[in-house]
Write a protein that binds this ligand. Sequence first.
Ligand SMILES: [Zn+2]
Length: 194
Amino acid sequence: MTRPRCASPIPLATLLAYWLGELDEAREAALDKHLLGCGHCSSSLQGLVDLAGEVRAAVRAGAVHAVLADAFVKRLAAQGLRLREYRVPHNGSVYCTVAPDDDLLITRLDAPLAGVERLDVELLGGEGAGRERLRDVPFDAAAGEVVLTARMERMRALPASTLRMRLLDMAPSGERLVGEYTFHHTPHRPGDSR
Ligand SMILES: [Zn+2]
């Protein structure tokens, strides 16, 4: 594919933050302007959007986490983004942190999803944040997992805390708990290797 060159291409990590709505207003405005005039960078951004268009809607809804397609995660890794991944067993728990040079935090929740038609994710925050819910998230029943990403700014600011997530099967007959996951989060300490 040929596309116009850019003298100072926007790093993929920044495009991703832009797309996830994580940049502050000033940086977002600067990027808007660059993207309008730059075919190279806007085509890079389009590549991200094409891969996981439905994610943006979840993020716009104000959710803490976005749900990603596995193919999208693989593409990000192939592009050289530094991903920190945690897999949480069904109804299990994990110890987690986020390092300053991580670009993205990926969480894979193992879950029995056969027969599930509509899936909600409920987030029970520490920090007195109460509950948030991602409604009707995309998932791949055959893969038996739900892939999420966290908002990096929020994770970096988080003190040591315990967070919980619940997967809910929103069946017409009523809500059914599919799985419950616990995250023991600790802030990254300088000197930790990763
Ligand atoms: Zn550019």
